[in-house]
Design a protein around this ligand. Structure first.
Ligand code: PLP
Length: 233
């Protein structure tokens, strides 16, 4: 339906494949998420069958887009924006996975809501703020281990399956690489501390996904590179 989107997806997949090859990885390990924020639901729907994951950073925007969503279209939806506690219930309802758990308070609230439903486990990632930028959410790297430990203790219905980060706002490729490498190293450390598998590393966006793939990303989150530029605001 929207030709330029199909073409962009083909090109992004090709670049993922090239970066994976360069770093000796199997391209099949890397999932492509399309992030259609501010773009119409039709864009997302036309792309859904060619994407592995659909990402939204606002609960309400996702809810609106899902209103007329065909039930046979089953590509999973991930929340990738900061989650306010008053939207937690709605987020659990709409999304298949929440990538942005960054505090014990939020985790406990999600867990408590889940206990009101049937016995049931819900997949999440912990968001880590690797850049130290105050505008970004995420737990600071030094606190990731204790957050995971407490979630394992207090939030039995949350299944932590990986980590997520947003790369630094920088043109310096060295800084960007350091952030992604850092997330992978934290994952390795948490893995040995917790015994959890933690297979997923959600990192890399339109401007930096190739570096993320070289550093071990398993999910790249692409917005403008697939759907075109967003209007500001
Ligand atoms: C918007 C957004 C993306 C995609 O950004 P692009 O630079 O357009 O690819 C990825 N991740 C998060 C968390 C976002 O908010």
């Amino acid at each position: 339906m929207v030709d330029f989107i199909d073409q962009n997806i083909i090109e992004i997949r090709e670049r993922i494949r090239a970066s994976a090859k360069l770093s000796g990885r199997d391209p099949a390990e890397i999932k492509l998420m399309g992030v259609s924020k501010t773009h119409p639901a039709e864009y997302m729907l036309s792309a859904a069958g060619k994407l592995d994951i659909l990402g939204e950073n606002r609960v309400q925007e996702a809810a609106d887009k899902r209103l007329d969503w065909p039930s046979e279209e089953r590509t999973p939806w991930h929340l990738i924006g900061h989650l306010q506690r008053n939207k937690a219930r709605k987020a659990l309802d709409i999304f298949d996975l929440i990538e942005t758990v960054d505090s014990l308070g939020l985790a406990r609230m999600l867990d408590r809501i889940l206990t009101e439903t049937d016995a049931y486990s819900f997949p999440v990632y912990i968001e880590v703020n690797m850049s130290g930028e105050l505008t970004k959410s995420g737990v600071v790297p030094q606190e990731a281990a204790s957050l995971l430990e407490r979630m394992m203790q207090y939030c039995p219905r949350l299944s932590v399956e990986g980590l997520m980060t947003i790369g630094p706002n920088s043109d310096d490729k060295g800084d960007i690489r350091k952030a992604f490498e850092g997330l992978r190293l934290i994952r390795d450390e948490l893995r040995s501390l917790s015994g959890l598998h933690l297979p997923e590393l959600s990192m890399g966006m339109s401007s930096d996904f190739e570096i993320a793939v070289e550093e071990g990303s398993t999910i790249v989150r692409i917005g403008s590179g697939i759907f075109g530029r967003r209007s500001a605001g």
